[in-house]
Design a protein around this ligand. Structure first.
Ligand code: ZN
Length: 344
């Protein structure tokens, strides 16, 4: 594996620990990245996205690096996707139903609220950043009045659902509200959001500014081990500029220390053999479609053949990778990491 040591003045220093030695996990061109999001290379959107990535990165390549000190994985350029990227790369997909990080956070918040009621002066204000269609926020309504709940969300559908629940929702990047929301919140949730964000220093400075003393911060991100396992076994890449940061326990310990928080709890989602196998084989199938000279690529050229062959191809992949998954799924863990931080 290629390991490079750079001078401390270079801009590839780890965004978490500042270390300047890293290994290159891989490098992609703007075209490879565009193909990941839009497999149909003859479509107009593919061309637009490919061109847009050139502008976003300022060059035709993006690397994925891993810090040799803290293990943080990060894109270089460390630049999140902008609105144009998301408009081109993603059509509206389904919103997550109840899931691991929701359960853990809800249990913790329930305890926090129970313990806070004794003090009538405490004003618990809750913020969910990137609240989707409100699947989590809805449950918080059973614990707090809607006047205490705030959300941010970009999608129009999500905003509509949140408004129906009586929740105040802003279609903005929360980092614009640093001053207006100064010391407003006692509980902040970011579920599967942090891995999309660049400018870490600014992100955590704003989180500090909008929270009260002793505030609680709940974060979930993709499990780095799960991503690494998929990538190193030929399944989908966790492609920038959608995800640009890969977190682990050590990165959260360093972030907590640097920005004045303490880790109260940390969990990796449990791994289930069948779920893991299903997800892996689907990701493997989708990655193969992107590569010329694979059967999946050939079959996907015709829509009808693609549809008919899909279940057979997935079945074949399941048999092929069953042993590999069985030997690794417990050690790798599920797809999410969850952490509960408390402000010092
Ligand atoms: Zn680092």
């Amino acid at each position: 594996m290629l390991i490079i040591f750079m001078t401390s003045s270079n801009k590839f220093n780890c965004p978490v620990c500042g270390n300047n030695s890293y290994k290159i996990l891989y490098e992609v061109t703007n075209e490879q990245s565009a193909k990941h999001f839009i497999p149909n290379q003859s479509s107009k959107k593919y061309t637009q996205l490919s061109q847009h990535l050139l502008k976003l990165w300022g060059k035709n390549k993006c690397q994925v690096l891993e810090c040799q000190n803290c293990g943080f994985g990060y894109a270089n350029p460390y630049m999140g996707g902008d609105k144009i990227f998301y408009d081109l790369a993603y059509q509206r997909t389904g919103y997550p139903k109840w899931k691991f990080e929701f359960e853990e956070t809800f249990n913790s918040i329930s305890k926090i609220i129970e313990n806070t009621i004794i003090d009538s002066n405490s004003q618990l204000n809750f913020l969910e950043i990137g609240a989707g269609d409100g699947s989590f926020t809805k449950k918080i309504l059973s614990k707090l009045p809607s006047t205490r709940i705030t959300a941010t969300e970009y999608s129009e559908y999500g905003i509509e659902q949140l408004k129906k629940m009586g929740i105040t929702v802003y279609p903005i990047d929360f980092r614009q509200k640093s001053e207006e929301w100064s010391q407003k919140f006692s509980i902040v949730c970011l579920f599967q959001v942090l891995e999309h964000l660049d400018n870490m220093e600014f992100t955590f400075n704003v989180l500090n500014s909008i929270t009260k003393n002793k505030a609680h911060l709940f974060i979930s991100v993709p499990n780095q081990k799960f991503i690494n396992f998929n990538e190193s076994n030929g399944a989908l890449l966790d492609m920038p500029p959608n995800h640009i940061g890969r977190y682990n326990k050590k990165t959260f310990e360093l972030i907590a220390e640097k920005f004045g928080w303490t880790i109260n709890d940390y969990k990796v989602e449990d791994s289930d053999f069948e779920l893991f196998l299903n997800k892996f084989t689907l990701y493997k199938y989708l990655r193969d479609i992107q590569n010329d000279n694979t059967i999946e690529n050939f079959l996907s050229k015709n829509k009808i053949i693609k549809k008919i062959s899909l279940p057979f191809r997935l079945y074949y992949l399941k048999i092929k990778f069953k042993k590999l998954i069985f030997e690794n799924y417990k050690e790798v863990g599920g797809s999410a990491l969850w952490v509960h931080l408390m402000k010092n």
